[in-house]
Design a protein around this ligand. Structure first.
Ligand code: 6GU
Length: 274
């Protein structure tokens, strides 16, 4: 896979040299190019922003540097051997949600070009222009506002790169990630423990040291259900009951969740004692 990032803060992307993403690069599983947008400005001050048409607060990123930068980075990637066109990813709080599903889909693409913006964003014509020639995805990493798209690029790159074949040591290790499709689909992961068996008088739950694999799997599933119900009740409401077994239904009922007439889970009104 090849990742290119065009930014006015190349040093913000230094973490791409470290840890999982850095190791994937060192092993040759990933090529990364970080490019300074100001290299494609032609005035003395290397201007990348200007005031918004129509008025209003803040500044807007000018289209010309982005156009020249994207053309140059895409040409260079092609010259470096990319046979298929890139997917262009525009981080923005007004984008579609970046989810595990997006991460999995993007991890199957050979070439991604990220365009993190500062200020109020990029002149709309840039997105229109490149959408006519390439696949462009405007993506948000959550319901909060950051000062720029660089941190979201780090977030998305890590979520995508860890899914590349051979990047995680153990191919099984993302099978039951929270939000991975499959048996634990849409349930959060429960607690984990390691040695020592007792620490500051706190012991590891007995079932985990008992060696009974069926009981361990069931306990973990119940913990995942309880954690999801507590932290993400929206995931329980959205859950398809057909993906759950009888024991799951009993566990959820004990947590106060029952099936509604529409075949979805709802929170039973708490019983009021006389
Ligand atoms: Cl992708 N960019 C910015 N600036 N803020 C965000 C975001 C992106 N996603 C959530 N908040």
């Amino acid at each position: 896979m090849r990742l290119d990032v065009i930014t006015i803060f190349p040093e913000y992307l230094e973490p791409l040299n470290v840890s999982l993403v850095g190791k994937a690069r060192a092993r040759g599983q990933l090529d990364v190019g970080v490019h300074d947008l100001r290299a494609w400005t032609h005035d003395r001050h290397h201007t990348v922003d200007d005031t918004p048409y129509g008025g209003g607060p803040g500044m807007v990123m000018k289209p010309e540097p982005w156009g020249e930068a994207l053309d140059a980075v895409i040409d260079a990637g092609r010259d470096a051997g990319q046979a298929q066109p890139p997917v262009i990813i525009v981080p923005t709080p007004s984008g579609r949600p970046f989810t595990q599903e997006q991460a999995a889909d993007l991890s199957a693409r050979p070439w991604l070009v990220f365009t993190p913006a500062r200020y109020e964003g990029i002149d709309r014509r840039v997105i229109e222009e490149y959408s006519a020639r390439y696949e462009v995805r405007e993506l948000s990493i959550g319901d909060y506002v950051l000062a720029g798209g660089e941190a979201p690029v780090l977030v998305m790159a890590e979520a995508i790169v860890r899914l590349l074949p051979g990047v995680l040591g153990n191919a099984e290790s993302h099978r039951d990630d929270s939000f991975a499709a499959g048996a634990m689909a849409d349930l959060l992961e429960g607690p984990v423990y390691t040695k020592p068996p007792a620490w500051r008088d706190r012991t590891v739950p007995g079932v985990l040291v008992g060696g009974h694999h069926g009981k361990i799997a069931r306990w973990r599933r119940d913990q995942a259900l309880a954690r999801t119900a507590a932290h993400r009740p929206d995931l329980i409401r959205r859950c398809d009951p057909a993906t759950l077994d009888q024991h799951d239904l009993r566990t959820l009922a004990e947590l106060g969740w029952t099936l509604t007439d529409e075949g979805r889970f709802g929170r039973a009104a708490p019983r009021v004692e006389e």
